[in-house]
Design a protein around this ligand. Structure first.
Ligand code: PEP
Ligand code: MG
Length: 818
């Protein structure tokens, strides 16, 4: 009998000797599973017939001849007389054949699995036999309470890198065999270590030793190498790991202890451990009978709509402008004639307000749910969310009652209103089946400091309430009902992180200086005076981005110069002498203002937004510039313009600034800069430099425009990676050309990404602006860097083929930072 074969594969044959044919055949079946179609010659000599136990030397000898192809045969046996029969069989073979046969003392099942995989990888019979013999090591190590790590090249003078096992079944025989095959060819001593469990290091060239790592899906593994080709070995292993060891995904099966999906995505850092707590929209009872005449029901509906409108507007104002778009969409739905008109008609026809509203919502939701475009189809959730809120208001219930859970919140997705209302004391972590890390819900959850993963797959929704979950929002792992030992590891890691966080916070007020003495200014992105106070308390070196649009939203008229001046001065006061970068109004078709109606646009992100819009209403822009000038007389202000594309725009806003400052001159200390969000600015930066004091790279928009991937689009989260070399080249171009002529900062979300930090520093960026909650961690990370090594890393990243390779290169760098 042969395991399923394809072209190629080992020429070493394997014979399975057992008292039971069923046992032998089942073991071969198991081995075939590991081989995924690779050819290995395996013969069974087991049982006296199908059902009678026993071993037969003649049959064993025939089996050896059957699989011997000149490269030898390894014979695996179960017990007792199997050995005697095998030895007798050797006597029956021709001398040359006998010399090529190894009788292996390996345990039958484990030995067969390992031997098959190694044979498939092309190993010779001595290696196959040695690997089979070591097959019990995996079990030994696993059952041993305190595995003794092997001294290896990791002891010093080595190169290291880390990867996270993406394979659904972990680093099992098939991917491990690819790993072994990859490193054996190189002139380097390579070891691997499971950083998640602490197992290892073990030689990466030994399949049975690699198996002892017990590296499961989501575990972090360190590869270390010494020798002439050490660099190549580490790079190759990381590249292989990035390709999931060339293993095709198997969506049909779920390994125990891992997320039931193709893989969750990190959305908010930290570790949460707790029982699954499903967010189920508690259904609101709908009474179809009207409580009074239609006019009374119409009033009920109108009042409920008004109340929800207020809730949504409040929620929008609590968040930054990046999320405001979703709330605006909800507000539009509340005013949607089709929806409210259908409900009103239902009331006129004699239905209660809740009954008529529920029907109107259900009709619209099913229309949207039937749309062919998946993105638009997903918007049906918005209809449902808004419908739900109005029903609660009609029933006199609190709008956020549905977030009443304790533990790890499990949901398909979260509405921004719900995300913003989460209580971090009760919601320990968040695991979403859908969503993306740049979704509005994710940004809100991040600002609350709740660890979260998104895009975990719909299987997550089948996990019963109360199931123990571990959310690793830093590495993007979700463990479902993991073994107690793993939970303990994560608990220890969580304690460690809390300690680190406390230490970082204590150090945060100090300057962040790299090991080689380069200062990196770490400011904060804020939207309000409250945010500014939080930033100052967090040790921010200033405000790198004040999103003034928060002041302009949800009102019936624009704020006056006095109102604005008051706000800007309050932010300056909060920062007590540290610089504040005030960005002028950044709205557009994606975030319309009530008092500033705009024509509908097919592509609002490519439309009249940012400074383009401000220049259509110079009176409004002049008011804002006047307020900024006044505030600048009280503290260090930097004035920044968003969405700039061409130099003429800068010249126009500078003219307006001079007029707005009148009767006096533009205040002395007021520095003027532009955001680099449009690739054209980065590519043509020389033309801008004579007109600006600083540049601030908005990677959120720069990424969406460079990669033509709408920010926050759930299906494009992976594509829109700001570490794509194309984006990095624009950052590099901006930083290198501006060096010595204008300061360059990065204020997009990527500035707080630990993987991005060494690359940005390496590209010459010396100012960052991040969420207040990220300031301490970023400053601590800066202190671990060496700017020279960062420059080397950045050069390699610029030459990378894609974002995945950039991230792999960063991981390859030493854990202490390059
Ligand atoms: C950016 O685009 O990176 C940025 C910081 O601006 P916003 O997120 O407000 O568009
Ligand atoms: Mg932007």
């Amino acid at each position: 009998m042969s395991a399923p074969g394809g072209p190629g594969g080992s020429r070493v044959g394997i014979v399975v000797v057992s008292h039971s044919r069923a046992l032998a055949e089942a073991a071969v079946g198991l081995a075939a599973e590991m081989l995924s179609g690779q050819a290995v010659r395996i013969a069974v000599a087991a049982g006296l017939d199908e059902t009678t136990f026993g071993t037969d030397a003649v049959r064993i000898a025939a089996a050896v001849e059957e699989v011997d192809d000149g490269d030898g045969v390894v014979v695996l046996m179960d017990l007792g007389s199997a050995l005697l029969s095998a030895e007798m069989a050797l006597e029956m073979l021709a001398d040359d054949v006998r010399e090529r046969v190894v009788l292996s003392p390996a345990p039958l099942v484990e030995g067969l699995l390992v031997a098959s995989v190694v044979a498939a990888g092309g190993a010779d019979r001595a290696e196959v036999a040695a690997e089979a013999r070591a097959a019990l090591l995996a079990k030994d190590t696993h059952l041993d309470e305190a595995p003794v790590p092997e001294p290896g090249p990791a002891a010093g003078g080595h190169l290291t890198g880390t990867f996270v096992v993406a394979n659904r079944h972990g680093l099992h025989a098939r991917p491990a065999a690819r790993l072994v095959g990859e490193v054996r060819r190189l002139d380097a001593d390579v070891t691997v270590r499971n950083l998640t469990t602490g197992a290892g290091p073990v030689p990466a060239g030994s399949l049975s030793r690699v198996a002892t790592l017990g590296a499961l899906h989501g575990h972090e593994v360190e590869v270390a190498a010494v020798g002439r080709e050490a660099r190549e070995a580490v790079d190759r292993v990381l590249a292989l790991a990035a390709r999931s060891f060339d293993e095709a995904p198997d969506p049909a099966e779920e390994p125990a202890g891992t997320a039931p999906s193709a893989g969750p995505v990190a959305a908010s850092p930290g570790i949460a451990i707790g029982p699954a707590a499903h967010l189920r929209a508690a259904s609101v009872p709908v009474d179809e009978r009207p409580a009074g005449p239609p006019e009374q029901e119409q009033r009920r509906l109108a009042d409920a709509l008004a109340a929800v409108r207020q809730d949504v507007a409040r929620a929008r104002d609590r968040t930054g402008p990046a999320q405001a778009g979703v709330f605006e969409a909800h507000l539009l739905l509340l005013d949607d004639d089709e929806l409210t008109g259908a409900a009103r008609a239902g009331i006129d026809a004699g239905t209660s307000a809740p009954g008529a509203w529920a029907r109107a919502v259900a009709a619209l939701e099913s229309q949207w749910a039937a749309l062919p475009d998946p993105y638009l189809r997903a918007r049906a959730a918005d209809v449902r969310a808004v419908g739900d809120q109005v029903l609660r208001a009609l029933a006199g219930e609190a709008p956020d009652r549905g977030v009443d859970v304790d533990g790890v919140l499990v949901a398909d997705d979260l509405t921004p209103v719900r995300a913003g209302a989460l209580d971090p004391r009760r919601v320990l972590g968040v695991a979403l089946a859908g969503g993306s890390p740049t979704s509005h819900a994710a940004i809100l959850v991040r600002s609350l400091g709740i660890p979260a993963v998104v895009a975990a797959g719909s299987g997550l929704l089948d996990v019963p309430d109360g199931t123990p979950l571990v959310v690793d929002g830093t590495a993007g792992r979700l463990l479902v009902d993991p073994p107690a030992a793993v939970v303990e590891e994560y608990q220890a890691r969580r304690r460690e992180l809390a300690g680190e966080h406390a230490r970082d916070a204590a150090e945060a007020p100090r300057d962040a200086v790299t090991r080689d003495g380069r200062r990196v200014e770490v400011g904060a992105n804020v939207g309000s005076v409250a945010d500014a106070r939080a930033a100052a308390a967090a040790g921010a070196d200033g405000v790198g981005l004040l999103r003034t649009e928060v002041l302009f939203l949800d009102r019936d008229r624009p704020p006056t110069a006095e109102e604005q001046e008051q706000e800007y001065r309050a932010v300056l006061d909060a920062l007590a002498g540290r610089p504040v970068t005030i960005r002028t109004l950044d709205v557009g078709g994606d975030k319309p203002l009530r008092y500033w109606p705009q024509a509908a646009e097919a592509n609002p992100f490519l439309g009249v937004r940012g400074v383009r819009l401000s220049l259509t209403r110079p009176d409004l822009l002049a008011t804002q510039l006047a307020a900024v000038c006044r505030a600048a007389r009280h503290g260090p202000v930097r004035l920044m313009f968003p969405m700039v594309t061409v130099v003429e725009e800068v010249l126009a806003v500078r003219r307006l600034l001079a007029e707005a400052a009148a009767p006096g001159p533009v205040p002395d200390g007021l520095r003027v800069g532009v955001m680099v969000e449009v690739p054209a600015v980065a590519l043509n930066v020389e033309a801008f430099l004579p007109h600006v004091d600083f540049l601030s790279i908005g990677t959120n928009d720069l990424t969406q425009y460079t990669l033509a991937a709408e920010r926050g689009h759930p299906a494009l989260a992976a594509l829109a990676d700001p570490l794509d070399p194309a984006v990095l080249r624009l950052v590099a171009e901006t930083a290198s050309r501006a060096a010595g002529r204008a300061s360059v900062s990065v204020c997009g979300e990527v500035a707080a990404d630990p993987a991005a930090l060494p690359v940005l520093v390496g590209l010459g960026v010396r100012e960052l602006s991040v969420a207040p909650s990220a300031v301490a961690g970023v400053k601590a990370a800066v202190r671990r860097l060496d700017s020279g090594a960062c420059a080397g890393l950045a050069r390699r990243c610029l030459a990378a083929a894609g974002a995945a390779e950039v991230r792999a290169l960063v991981r390859t760098a030493s854990p202490d930072g390059p």
